[in-house]
Design a protein around this ligand. Structure first.
Ligand SMILES: Nc1ncnc2c1ncn2[C@@H]1O[C@H](COP(=O)(O)OP(=O)(O)OP(=O)(O)O)[C@@H](O)[C@H]1O
Ligand SMILES: [Mg+2]
Length: 631
């Protein structure tokens, strides 16, 4: 019932937005809201801009794309700032076909679909409103009615430049239906809809022998020739090709480079001159964004063919590489799983992260400089702290290769492996080891990878596995401490008190007896040793920490557990080292005693309540960590 009500409400909303009036009345709207007359490219750009652009230290992110595209900020910024923005300002790039080039399932179609759905929704808003000549199959821009010789004056008065000529069909209708009185021509508001073939088109090449150019530019309607008397009467022509229907909006050209040349020639003139030829008529003006997509191999073979030069120079290529950030890749998988039928299966924490690590590793290129390895590079790209490197190093790394992210494992492959694991095993819960195993099996069956590449990828699986081992151990150890943060903090404060006394050559006071005592050298060393600080280096390390604390104090900031990466690491490791034996015995005992059993149950409960596990995955985790610690 509710849904029916909503449908009705939606219909009413739409009815409210409808508008129809004469060209004269339309001009009044144009005067008040000049943006209704903007070009297709400008509308696309404004749609993206109106959704909101966030600027983070000069790096832009677009709210328009962020709900569905992850980790492509740089590519999107380039796309918007080097294509849509200048195209909106009527710069020359608008006359080029936009060709998105990227590896398989890297989000190209997703991007195009977002633009299409976005335009449909935008056309329902005030800022995105569009008007067309009523009854025109191409919803022609009403301003085309204004004769060439008056367009200068129109510009002076309205500040709007008119491009394009009245189409042969509307020219005839103006004479026959309106007796030449253009102010009476009816104009209506247009709502984009791909389903209704208004303003959004898709052209997909089929067998070149059977495909007809009519799919692109429309065709003669033989049934009406008798009525209109001649094939060259525009009324006897059906302007229903994709190029016609996409006028004012956008057309997606699928597999453009696989397409027969004859189709591409139409695009040449459309993009360059803003018009195309259909039937026996004068050129038809059209204003639309043309987006095509392709992969790198196809593109290379296209440009290597001399015959394609003319077309090539009319194409703007925008690379859409794979995402290279682990956290963003996780989001991609989450989204794809959400959209699938297996969305209700329990996926243990860190499972998708580990799969993402593997994918990202396959996409990264070996760093050229320094001693940085791929795993560190992966962390840096993901915005994580890696000791000895900063954000300038990240920029530096990115500059090493222009074409990073154009190859590697694609998200669809990972999702396929995940779903096949879920379906095959009918397991109620999926963990990182299941996924790594499945990815590995998949590589063995993968027909299209070389042995060398397989070796490389298998190595990445073991790297991801190693990362997982660390994560798993930490997770369990954390769950063993009643309140991990609390214990870490206490231990750190204790350490700092000792360090302070040590550096000031002061005594400390025993909490219980009040006696004066020396700083606890054993405690300090047991922490420092965790991160490999030698006896000789301890003094410098302790002094450095004190300096850091006073620098913090000067700025009025509190030095806390997270202020010093290495100290935090040392504290963490110390806590875990203390725990190790307890964890080891408890998790791996085949016949746990009562107390061990109680502890295990407590830990399982904590993993479930606080860390997102279910009982299967929590028990799996404990068993696994137990085996790790016993190695
Ligand atoms: N960076 C990304 N952000 C969000 N989703 C992504 C990203 N990359 C890929 N995907 C997801 O992967 C799947 C495949 O993407 P899509 O179909 O858009 O790729 P494509 O580049 O068109 O691939 P193909 O070349 O095979 O046509 C989709 O479900 C998409 O949502
Ligand atoms: Mg695609």
């Amino acid at each position: 019932m509710d849904i029916l009500k909503k449908i009705e409400m939606f219909r009413e909303e739409e009815a409210k937005l409808r508008w129809e009036g004469t060209f004269g009345e339309y001009l009044e709207i144009v005067k008040e809201q000049p943006w209704v007359a903007q070009s297709a490219h400008s509308r696309v750009y404004n749609m993206i801009r109106d959704a909101g652009i966030e600027d983070d230290k000069g790096k832009k992110s677009y709210s328009f794309f962020s709900p569905q595209l992850f980790g492509l900020e740089e590519a999107l910024e380039r796309l918007v700032e080097e294509y849509f923005h200048p195209a909106a300002k009527r710069l020359d790039v608008r006359k080029r076909i936009l060709l998105l080039m990227g590896p398989v399932s890297g989000g190209k179609s997703t991007l195009v679909t977002m633009l299409k759905r976005g335009l449909e929704a935008y056309s329902l808003t005030d800022r995105g409103a569009i008007f067309g000549i009523k009854g025109c199959p191409m919803h022609e821009d009403p301003l085309h009615l204004i004769p060439q010789n008056l367009r200068g004056e129109f510009y002076d008065e309205y500040g709007i430049r008119i491009e394009g000529n009245l189409s042969p069909l509307n020219m005839m209708r103006l004479e026959k239906e309106y007796g030449g009185r253009l102010e009476d021509v009816l104009v209506e508001r247009v709502f984009f809809s791909e389903d209704k073939r208004v303003g959004i088109g898709t052209f997909s090449p089929s067998d070149p022998k059977s495909q007809d150019i009519a799919d692109l530019t429309g065709s003669i309607d033989f049934s009406t020739i008798a009525e209109f008397g001649s094939e060259s009467d525009p009324r006897a022509y059906r302007f229903d090709g994709e190029l016609n229907k996409a006028n004012r909006g956008m057309m997606e050209f699928q597999e453009m480079l696989k397409c027969d040349e004859k189709f591409l020639w139409h695009l040449l003139s459309l993009t360059q001159e803003g018009n195309f030829k259909a039937g026996r008529f004068a050129l038809i003006s059209a204003d639309e964004l043309i987006v095509a997509h392709t992969n790198e191999t196809e593109y290379r073979s296209f440009i290597s063919n001399k015959k394609n030069e003319a077309l090539h120079s009319r194409i703007i290529v925008m690379p859409i590489p794979y995402n290279l950030k682990v956290t963003q890749e996780e989001k991609i998988y989450e989204k794809m799983i959400q959209e699938s039928d297996v969305s209700d299966v329990h996926i243990a924490p860190h499972t998708l992260k580990v799969a993402a690590m593997f994918s990202i590793l396959t996409r990264l290129k070996e760093p050229k400089k320094g001693d940085i390895d791929l795993v560190k590079k992966m962390r840096l790209y993901d915005g994580k702290n890696v000791e000895g490197y900063n954000s300038a190093d990240v920029d530096e790394l990115k500059k090493e290769y222009q074409d990073e992210g154009m190859s590697g494992i694609d998200p669809r492959y990972v999702i396929n492996r995940i779903s096949s694991t879920i379906i095959r095993k009918e397991i109620p819960s999926l963990n990182a080891l299941d996924v790594l195993r499945s990815l590995k099996e998949g590589l063995d069956q993968h027909p299209s990878i070389t042995n060398e590449l397989r070796e490389r990828y298998l190595n990445f699986i073991s790297l991801a596995r190693k990362e997982y081992d660390d994560i798993a151990k930490k997770e369990v150890q954390k769950a063993f401490v009643y309140s991990y943060e609390e214990s870490a903090k206490t231990l750190m404060e204790n350490y700092l008190d000792n360090v302070e006394a040590y550096c000031n050559k002061a005594k400390m006071r025993d909490q219980l007896t009040g006696e004066e005592i020396n700083p606890d050298e054993k405690l300090m060393r047991s922490i420092e040793e965790q991160i490999g600080i030698s006896e000789n280096a301890k003094k410098a390390f302790r002094e450095e920490i004190l300096i850091r604390i006073s620098a913090y104090a000067r700025k009025g900031k509190r030095f806390d557990y997270n202020s010093h990466d290495r100290l935090r690491e040392a504290i963490q490791k110390k806590l875990f080292a203390d725990l190790k034996d307890v964890v080891k015995i408890t998790t791996s005992s085949k016949t746990p005693d009562e107390q061990q059993l109680k502890k295990v149950n407590e830990v399982v409960a904590r993993l479930i309540d606080e860390h997102g596990y279910n009982s299967t995955s929590a028990n799996d985790l404990l068993r696994y960590v137990g085996s790790l610690l016993n190695r």
